[in-house]
Design a protein around this ligand. Structure first.
Ligand SMILES: Nc1ncnc2c1ncn2[C@@H]1O[C@H](COP(=O)(O)OP(=O)(O)O)[C@@H](O)[C@H]1O
Ligand SMILES: [Mg+2]
Length: 266
């Protein structure tokens, strides 16, 4: 009896809340009741109906949902590419609506790297020039920009294709250029909108593995809007979006069995 009374309140607390210790992870992006209404004449489209979410440093978050569910709209809000009609998006505890044009440009150029479904490369520029572009925008001197672009292109496996134009490369290679371009300024966050949608299964898997590597090797936070079920196998958490609302958030370790089931029904 005497022994039980020696357990301090702190010990009991540590024991009881042991599973919650993971929540010391730093929140990089936070959305609070984010809403978006597109007005087209008299028609109002409620694309986002209040999404509240905390995204942690170094995690790979998949935003899953069918076409038209609001993934790209949410992507644009998190990335500071469009303004919500209501609610708040904070990056590193700063409400991005409070940023002036210069600060917002800095955020888009230095803090976040963007990857799109259709690669969005500049066709008249070589692979190297495409990756050097954001470095030039960031004011990096050309010699340094050249070295950095070469280094990052080697990292994504394109060190031997520096002078090729995008049209001379496969879809998978073009998306690798886009990944390299997104990484050029060493962003803390990489936002990808359906990065595997235009790729075959094998090439898509390679791009997913490349993105997973960013999280584990560089502690980059990767946020990926997708309806590619292959992503479920690799991400840390999944946010399921339906009709502009967050249906549920799941840790990957809890969805593994369901993935098998879903894949088998495809
Ligand atoms: N610029 C826009 N103007 C009007 N409606 C839009 C616009 N962009 C998206 N929408 C509508 O908002 C909803 C969500 O679209 P979107 O975010 O693109 O979905 P997803 O990326 O999941 O396919 C859809 O109903 C779509 O038609
Ligand atoms: Mg979309």
């Amino acid at each position: 009896m005497a022994e039980t009374s020696q357990i301090s309140e702190q010990d009991a607390r540590d024991f009881l809340f042991f599973d919650d210790r993971d929540d010391t992870r730093r929140v990089v992006v936070q959305t609070q009741d984010v809403r978006k209404v597109y007005e087209m004449g008299k028609i109002k489209v409620h694309a986002l109906r209040g999404i509240s979410l905390s995204i942690f440093e170094g995690e790979f978050l998949a935003i899953m949902g069918p076409s038209g569910s609001g993934k790209s709209t949410f992507f644009n809000m998190i990335g500071g590419l469009d303004k919500p009609s209501g609610g708040k998006v904070s990056i590193d505890d700063v409400d991005i609506a409070q940023l002036d044009a210069f600060e917002l440009a800095w955020l888009r150029c230095r803090k976040i790297g963007y990857i799109f479904q259709s690669f969005n490369l500049i066709p008249v520029m070589t692979c190297l020039e495409n990756v050097m572009l954001p470095l030039t925008f960031a004011g990096v001197p050309s010699e340094q920009a050249f070295d950095r672009a070469c280094e990052i292109l080697r990292t994504v496996g394109l060190g031997h294709r520096l002078t090729h134009k995008p049209s001379q490369m496969s879809g998978g290679q073009q998306q690798r250029i886009a990944v390299a371009r997104a990484l050029a300024n060493k962003p803390a966050i990489v936002l990808a909108d359906e990065p595997t949608a235009n790729l075959d299964t094998k090439t898509g898997q390679e791009i997913i593995d490349l993105l997973v590597g960013l999280c584990t090797d560089m502690n980059v936070t990767v946020i990926c809007a997708t309806h590619d079920m292959k992503m479920l196998d690799k991400c840390d958490r999944v946010v399921w979006i339906r009709d502009g609302q967050c249906d549920r958030v799941e840790e990957r370790k809890n969805i593994e069995i369901q993935v098998g089931e879903m894949m088998s029904h495809e």
